[in-house]
Design a protein around this ligand. Structure first.
Ligand code: PGA
Length: 247
């Protein structure tokens, strides 16, 4: 399985950042075909970023989409609109969307389905809060989120899962390597029950939450970790390239 190194830029960046794909490739030339690089910039630069990645072997993704094709949804973008920019991926159900913008499991499932129909690859985020982890409920919470957030038609190629414990995002904290392995194993188990081994074994499961060059080697070495969804450390191409170098 290929490794996906994905940078979620959140609400950071401006048009001067169109330089970053070339900067990244200077630091990390595209010779290792086992690694896919993905940048998820704010929506205003999706199309320009796709152009800036021309010939760089870097994919572009959005950070959210609406579940409807069109309509009176001020401020929103449909999956088709995102696909029209040339983007190939879309992050769905990030914990910030779930906590701040009301993206619940049912809506995440509808958005995921819309993304799949638009031939975008959804990266569906799940993860427990600190209280849930401390109460020993991490597996249960992630299992429930998965069941509610993923539509029925996964084929192995049209779905990526990102396990992102909410308490690890932007905090510098990470679960232990054993805890990451346990949850990834649990996610693989849930996907296998739902879709069967043939499909489930093809679904990439990423880890996200305070991934940086210093911890990437250990995390990315885990059997069921097929890449990383990176926030803070993905804003600088030097640290993103350092993480990719650990694969
Ligand atoms: P972080 O963010 O790497 O800054 O913790 C990860 C994310 O929000 O996807």
């Amino acid at each position: 399985m290929k490794t996906l190194i994905a940078a979620n830029w959140k609400m950071h960046g401006n048009l001067s950042w169109l330089q970053k794909p070339a900067d990244f490739r200077r630091l990390f030339p595209a010779k290792n075909t086992n690694i896919d690089i993905l940048l998820c910039p704010p929506a205003h630069m999706l199309q320009a970023m796709v152009r800036a990645c021309d010939g760089q072997d870097i994919a572009i993704g959005a950070q959210n989409c609406h579940d409807q094709i069109k309509g009176a949804f001020t401020g929103e973008l449909s999956a088709d609109m995102i696909a029209e920019t040339g983007a190939k991926y879309v992050i769905i159900g990030h914990s910030e969307r779930r906590a701040i913008f009301g993206d619940n499991d049912a809506w995440v499932a509808a958005k995921t389905s819309a993304a799949q129909k638009a031939c975008l690859k959804p990266i569906v985020c799940v993860g427990e809060s600190r209280e849930e982890r401390e109460a020993g409920k991490a597996e249960e919470v992630v299992g429930t989120q998965l069941a509610g957030s993923i539509p029925a038609n996964a084929d192995g190629e049209n779905l990526v899962i990102a396990y992102e414990p909410v308490w690890a995002i932007g905090t510098g904290l990470t679960p232990t390597i054993e805890d990451i392995a346990t949850i990834h194993d649990h996610i693989r188990g849930c996907l296998t029950i739902r879709f069967g081994n043939k499909i489930a074994s093809k679904i990439q499961i990423l880890y996200g939450g305070s991934v940086k060059p210093e911890n990437a080697i250990e995390i990315l070495a885990l059997k069921d970790v097929a890449g990383a969804l990176i926030g803070g450390a993905g804003l600088e191409m030097q640290s993103l390239a350092a993480i990719a170098s650990e694969v």
